[in-house]
Design a protein around this ligand. Structure first.
Ligand code: ADE
Ligand code: ZN
Length: 326
């Protein structure tokens, strides 16, 4: 259809993508075999059948289990390279990628193994695919702030390779202010600050992230819509939001794509973007997210163009690089 053709041809940036969430079961089975690691799935069908989630935690349990087969630098390179090739097919020109080092170092894989594998694929993606990229180191919020400080210290030799830091994993019970000192230190070091907030957690968590921490970009942010003062703050500051439609549906953040706040956010003048989050688990890469949400909310062509533009406006690119894309 015309809509599919428009989506396919729009240049896009992806601003909310966990590289470990792009781990397709096919590659998982192959890497499990080459690393001689046992996994609970023997076939693609078995893996896909397990990807049926009632909430965020049910997903996270499988997400951490899946990445357990990643052991050596080549694994992280292959994972990242596969994502970049898939993104290229969707006309993604720029990606700002999260990764979860603590999920690997906790099981004995060195920080440098993970990070160097990802970085070498990102460099190759720029050279061979023309996709620019930035890496965002994410802290696991179910761990302590002290654990976060340990990661920040361990990562010191790589600090100039990250544009920013993020906060992800189990949201409820782990509010932004649990990490107030850590994020203040990250700010002092010059990192951009991102946090997942208002995915399952209450509007109070969004308020903490936005007003107390002073984040530069809000991941998900669905539940901001419950508080008119937050909507006004997001509109006035133009802090970007990264919406992830198929993720919201898969994790039962919404019961139907028609309940997505995305159109209301656009119409309220918020700088909202469309992203895939964990595409291997949620059934779609970027274009499939644009298509599904446009169909469900009957977005206009102008709104689709706006969303693609927002993805560059909301990126951590300098003005000259943004201008090249806009
Ligand atoms: N880690 C990977 N995907 C996530 C999500 N959607 N929410 C919180 N943590 C995550
Ligand atoms: Zn996410």
């Amino acid at each position: 259809t015309d809509r599919a053709a428009l989506i396919a041809k729009l240049p896009k940036a992806e601003l909310h993508l966990h590289i470990e969430g792009s781990f397709e079961p096919e590659m998982m089975l192959a890497i499990a075999e080459r690393n001689r690691v046992d996994i609970p799935f023997k076939t693609l069908a078995q893996a896909k059948a397990a990807y049926n989630f009632a909430n965020l935690q049910e997903f996270l349990d499988l997400y951490y289990q899946g990445m357990n087969v990643l052991r050596v630098e080549q694994d992280f390179h292959d994972l990242t390279w596969a994502y970049l090739n898939r993104a290229k097919a969707d006309n993604v020109r720029h990606v700002e990628m999260f990764y979860d080092p603590q999920a690997h170092t906790e099981r004995g894989v060195a920080f440098g193994t993970v990070t160097d594998g990802i970085l070498s694929a990102l460099e190759r993606g720029e050279k061979e695919l023309g996709i620019t990229s930035k890496l965002i180191m994410s802290f696991l919020r179910h761990l302590s702030e002290e654990d976060g400080f340990a990661l920040l210290e361990e990562s010191r030799p790589w600090h100039n390779r990250f544009v920013g830091v993020g906060l992800d994993s189990s949201e409820v019970g782990h509010p932004p202010l649990k990490f107030e000192r850590l994020f203040a230190e990250c700010r002092r070091l010059g990192f951009k600050l991102c946090m997942h907030a208002g995915e399952e957690g209450p509007p109070d968590y969004v308020r903490e992230a936005l007003l107390d921490i002073g984040i530069d970009r809000l991941d998900h942010g669905n539940r901001s819509m419950e508080d008119p003062a937050l909507v006004a703050a997001l509109r006035d500051t133009q802090i970007p939001l990264t919406n992830c439609p198929l993720s919201n549906l898969s994790l039962c953040v919404i019961g139907d794509l028609k309940e997505s706040p995305l159109k209301a956010q656009l119409e309220a003048g918020l700088l909202v973007t469309v992203n895939s989050d964990d595409p291997a688990y949620f059934g779609g890469y970027v274009n499939q997210n644009y298509q599904a949400i446009a169909d469900a909310l009957d977005l206009s062509d102008d709104q689709l163009v706006q969303l693609a533009r927002n993805s560059f406006t909301g990126a951590f690119l300098n003005d000259a690089d943004k201008a090249r894309h806009l």
